[in-house]
Design a protein around this ligand. Sequence first.
Ligand SMILES: [Fe+2]
Length: 299
Amino acid sequence: MGISRVESLIYGVTDIDSGIRYFENWGLENVEKGASGAIFKTPTNQTIHIKSKDNPSLPSAPDDENSTVRQTIWGVETAADLEKIGAEMSIDREVKLNPDNSIQVTDECGFSLGFCIGKVKELKALPSRVNLNENSERLNAVVESLPQAKPLRLGHVVYYVPIEKADKAVSFYIDRLGFRLSDRTLGRGDFMRCPGSRDHHNLFLLRRKDKAAFNHAAFEVQNFDEIMMGGVFMKNNGWQPETTPGRHVLGSNLYWYFRNPCGGNTEYFADMDCMDDDWEPRIWDKNPGFSLWSISDPD
Ligand SMILES: [Fe+2]
């Protein structure tokens, strides 16, 4: 099945303490922290690494003059998958083999990618129970207040890619790494899912005129209540929203974005479209829009 998910993100940042406070407030479990950085974990065992942007172990990135993601590591299912990717990549680029057997390459736009065997922790997440008319799924139970969000997993990453490199960048992920196209908005961007995932997208390459840059990382939560309660907690802790809450057109997911001092934004999302090989990719001549609806926020 090949690549199944984002396994890890490695940030290089100017202010480690703010980065740690941000991801603590975001609701991820901190498994390591100190003056030189920190590691956070999702319940499905994906990791977020925060390091100083000047750490010599970090690969370069197109936008690394500021805090940003310096490497995205994709998880694969088997050693054979890893070997296959290594062989494919070695056709036209340098493949670095790390001591832990993961491999590292650079994509068409200068972003560093890693590949490793995923350390997936299965999570038996049950959908929220809702009541509707005579259907009392949530019988004799109340909706609980949450002190903060607790994201289940890291679902997708989004990068800006320069227009002149965009077609080649998309082809690299689809033709070389097996990603599937879910939606394409001509001149705007491509939503792709890993070959081993049913998410509408695990990767979105968003076209813009100037240089490549990291845009956002998205974390799945249970439902809209958790987006709202988690987002309000973030606001109360001084973090700036990038958007108001809403529901996207492409992917259909509920969202709320915040500005991450580690670089780019993070998104709480819930209830995204899922698809398999029966899904026909949609090609949009005109951008169908950012949101089906959004909350207008006077703040
Ligand atoms: Fe997103």
